[in-house]
Ligand binder design. Structure first.
Ligand SMILES: [Fe+2]
Length: 433
């Protein structure tokens, strides 16, 4: 099927889970959830999500990456998402939007950012250390040109609008969250970001405001979980355990804007095109241990409720939430992690904040694979607070607090700040908060 992985990469397995017995935060969290929701509800939910995953994964495997919705920016910026688009995006939790920037402009921006990085090589940092390709720059002219582009801002607003909130405290008006740039050379292997979910790890269970998002799952009714409810989600504390890998800001969608072409096995991205059931499964997984007999693994009723242990497979406080084939077998990751279709400069890829994704471990192409990480962030009380501080930091030459960076970007060669911004762009960058 198109987009499927031919040979599973050497990503880590989390079959037994990390031993967290010395860390009371794990055991206390587990106990709090069992006390609040009860063993029976958790067992009921577990059997249901595993059953649902059976047909969901069949469908994904059958369709391959054709299941990932693709929209034309020209079309949706004119007419909005169609009813069919909305249904497909809400089901899969992801969308490719083509042609947000004209291809020629995106190609020029790539040359510009590549040169900017080269000119400032001694001043800026990048990771991983041995094969740097993720650059810790946040306020460069190219990033700001893309973020402030009227078409990009309009798209962010449409994406934010896929979430619902009746509280009156939020709006889909986009705010700009500073993130980095990748410029990955060919042949560079990268196994550091296998299947994972961002926006916190243990926080999803441990922070009462975050746990509330998943209340219907823990209550035994995972089918009622609304993955697009901003009313509860807006208050969730994602970074209860602060670490560079946790964003403190809610992103309706994480996203990348392509500056170069990218194909499967050429520095692309892989998505798991289901959101609501997958997150339910991930959240219930620590409450169960697998049956001893390997043949019973896919039979959810044979998994044993684990009240006493505190192993959370793939969960570490300072890391994103990781998943693997052996620890999360019902996800059938091998067949369901999909390379996105071929992407051209100016195209964008977006995925829900609870969506499992992975960085392409390979880059067998002949050109650098480069993207700017630009998310869709709605206006909420929490996002406003962060973006306001981010602007103050940026103007003072400090890198934003989530990045934990220490470079004064205003001193970089070619720095241009926010000159020439439209009113809409200034609003999105926090000037009127
Ligand atoms: Fe990620």
């Amino acid at each position: 099927m198109p987009g499927q992985i031919c040979q599973w990469p050497a990503w880590p397995e989390y079959s037994t889970g990390n031993d967290t017995s010395e860390d009371r935060d794990f055991a206390n969290t587990k106990k709090a959830i069992i006390d609040e929701f009860g063993r029976e509800n958790l067992q009921e939910a577990w059997v249901r999500v595993c059953k649902d995953l059976s047909s969901i994964t069949d469908e994904i495997i059958e369709q391959g990456n054709t299941i990932i919705p693709i929209c034309s920016a020209d079309e949706i910026l004119e007419n909005g998402f169609s009813t069919d688009d909305k249904q497909r995006i809400k089901k899969t939790g992801c969308v490719v939007v083509r042609g947000v920037l004209p291809r020629a402009q995106a190609e020029e921006l790539y040359i510009e950012v590549h040169q900017y990085i080269a000119r400032n090589k001694d001043a800026i940092t990048a990771w991983p250390e041995d094969t740097p390709s993720m650059y810790d720059i946040y306020d460069s002219p190219v990033q700001n040109t893309i973020r402030s582009h009227p078409r990009h801002l309009q798209l962010q607003k449409l994406l934010n609008g896929l979430w619902q909130d009746n509280s009156g405290e939020t709006s889909s008006d986009p705010l700009i969250y500073y993130d980095g740039v990748r410029d990955r050379p060919p042949k560079q292997v990268f196994l550091g970001l296998g299947p994972h979910i961002d926006a916190g790890s243990l926080s999803r269970w441990a922070a009462p405001t975050y746990r509330k998002v998943y209340e219907s799952i823990f209550s035994g009714h995972p089918e009622n979980h609304d993955a697009w409810n901003l009313e509860v989600r807006k208050d969730a504390v994602q970074d209860l355990f602060k670490a560079p890998s946790h964003s403190s800001v809610f992103r309706a969608f994480q996203g990348w804007t392509a500056l170069t072409p990218s194909r499967a096995r050429e520095g692309s991205i892989l998505l798991y095109p289901n959101v609501a059931t997958t997150i339910g499964y991930m959240l219930l997984r620590p409450f169960f241990t697998p049956p001893k007999d390997e043949e019973d693994i896919m039979d959810a009723s044979k998994w044993i409720f684990d009240e006493s242990g505190c192993r959370f497979p793939g969960t570490e406080k300072d890391q994103s939430q990781f998943l693997s084939r052996s620890s999360h077998p019902h996800l059938r990751l091998e067949g369901c992690m999909m390379h996105v279709p071929e992407i051209q400069p100016g195209d964008t890829v977006w995925w829900h904040s609870d969506l499992c994704h992975a960085v392409d471990p390979e880059h067998e192409g002949v050109h650098n694979a480069s993207v700017a990480f630009i998310a869709a962030v709605p206006t909420t009380p929490l996002t406003k607070t962060y973006i306001k501080q981010q602007l103050a930091d940026t103007l003072a030459g400090r890198q934003p607090s989530d990045t934990q960076g220490t470079v004064n970007e205003t001193l970089l060669k070619g720095y241009r700040g926010h000159e020439g911004f439209s009113e809409d762009a200034r609003r999105a960058f926090g000037y009127y908060l």
